[in-house]
Write a protein that binds this ligand. Structure first.
Ligand SMILES: Nc1ncnc2c1ncn2[C@@H]1O[C@H](COP(=O)(O)OP(=O)(O)O)[C@@H](O)[C@H]1O
Ligand SMILES: [Mg+2]
Length: 412
């Protein structure tokens, strides 16, 4: 059992490598790409700086844009150990820093019952016995019985590591303060044992899905990057890199559709992982043409709330064929389908209907959505009802929402 190794702060500083694992930003891009993570130069530059400056990186952005994945991939490409602290509401610092392994302490006291008996045997009274046990306390509150949680694990790790503090916005502000302290000094004090100072400063990445604003002090201490949905070109590259089986041409069309869906005011906009899932789904179905019918049939892969499904179904024909848009009532292409179909027509048979009522908050996203201003995460700032832009309306009888409720022939 190793003793608590507690190098001084100056020793720890000496241990920090002057260079870094990457010579240039391009090298970061390349290394990540080799592992299937597609980064643009802005992201790669931030990662490069993370490896060169002694600062944690705070990644903010909507769910599913590759924040967590980046931390994992950084560990892979730098050959570092990966440690993760998943944050949640009500989490206390013992789950982040350390706790005492009560079970182990108990087991030792059971086994050592006789020995403990000897220690207190000739104590004159109860107070004296307690005093004697007290004098032995350090035996039981020593590193042996310390259960390190991710922060302490990262600080006292013998090998360099990447520490991901995931979804920090879910944690309470009290935990944020603990993080601040730890990340400011790269050291953790355990009163009974001493102060652990990092032998190797971890690369620290914090992620936030923006359910609440983080403390200004935390932001100040970190490099900061807002990671939004990728450009069309990067998203296409990501889909390609995942070898979904969908042709490049169809993948490109699909990315356009997904980007269009993100412009709608959905409760949960489709993320990169949903684009990938959709591409895989279409490939499995052997689709050789992206048409409204097949997208409607499979839309539940990308939108998971009932209301979102309806909005998506309304928009899909327009997204597949922008010419199918009626700008305003009476100014369309003469198909006579300007009305809102969704009220009359049954929803598609295969659209997954959530078991949760609309206000059933599956994983805090509703809270998130409620706190988010409309379009907060939209790069494109496109069609929103609030913006006064006309909502795309399906018009062609072949493409209209009515056809979604009709025969469910699966085009293969
Ligand atoms: N830049 C990227 N390159 C490759 N895959 C990506 C990229 N961004 C996201 N992904 C894919 O999207 C999925 C979801 O990303 P994740 O890191 O879990 O999102 P977040 O943590 O932002 O919610 C990942 O598992 C990965 O497959
Ligand atoms: Mg994540």
């Amino acid at each position: 059992m190793s003793e608590a190794v507690l190098p001084s702060a100056s020793e720890a500083a000496d241990a920090v490598a002057p260079g870094g694992p990457f010579e240039s930003v391009d090298e970061v891009v390349e290394a990540l790409r080799e592992q299937g993570y597609i980064a643009d130069t802005r992201l790669a530059t931030t990662v490069f700086l993370l490896t060169r400056l002694d600062k944690p990186l705070l990644l903010e952005g909507p769910a599913g844009v590759g924040k967590t994945e980046l931390a994992k991939m950084l560990a892979v490409v730098t050959g570092r150990r990966f440690l993760r602290l998943q944050c949640y509401e009500g989490q206390d610092e013992t789950k982040a820093l350390y706790e005492w392994d009560y079970g182990k302490q108990l087991m030792y006291t059971q086994i050592l019952r006789e020995k403990i008996g000897q220690v207190v045997a000739d104590a004159p009274d109860l107070a004296g016995a307690v005093e004697r046990i007290g004098s032995q306390e350090s035996v039981f509150f020593s590193e042996r019985f310390l259960a390190a949680r991710p922060l302490l694990e990262a600080i006292r790790s013998d090998e360099p590591c990447v520490l991901l503090i995931d979804e920090v916005d879910r944690a309470d502000e009290a935990l944020e303060a603990v993080l601040l302290e730890t990340l400011g000094e790269y050291q953790i004090s355990v009163p009974e044992v001493g102060t652990f100072v990092a032998k190797h400063r971890p690369y620290v990445l914090l992620t936030s899905n923006n359910t609440r604003d983080l403390a200004a002090a935390l932001k100040r201490r970190c490099l900061h990057l807002f990671l939004d949905y990728p450009s069309a070109a990067r998203e296409l590259e990501i889909v390609r890199s995942k070898k979904t089986g969908l042709s490049d041409q169809l993948a490109e069309e699909l990315v356009t559709v997904v980007r269009g869906l993100r412009d709608l005011e959905l409760r949960k906009a489709p993320s990169i992982s949903e684009t990938i899932d959709w591409a895989r789904t279409l490939a499995v179905l052997g689709v050789d043409e992206i048409n409204p019918q097949i997208l409607a049939d499979t839309v539940s892969v990308v939108v998971k709330y009932d209301k979102d499904v309806k909005k998506a179904l309304d928009a899909i024909p327009h997204l597949v064929d922008p010419n199918a848009v009626v700008e305003e009532h009476g100014h369309g292409h003469g198909h006579g389908h300007e009305g809102d179909h969704t009220h009359d027509d049954p929803p598609p048979a295969r659209a997954v209907r959530s078991d949760h009522p609309d206000d059933g908050d599956v994983d805090g996203r509703a809270k998130r959505a409620a706190r988010d201003e409309p379009g907060r995460h939209s790069l494109y700032g496109g069609v929103t009802a609030a913006g006064g832009s006309p909502r795309p309306r399906p018009v062609s009888p072949g493409q209209g929402a009515r056809s979604f409720g009709g025969s469910r022939k699966r085009p293969v």
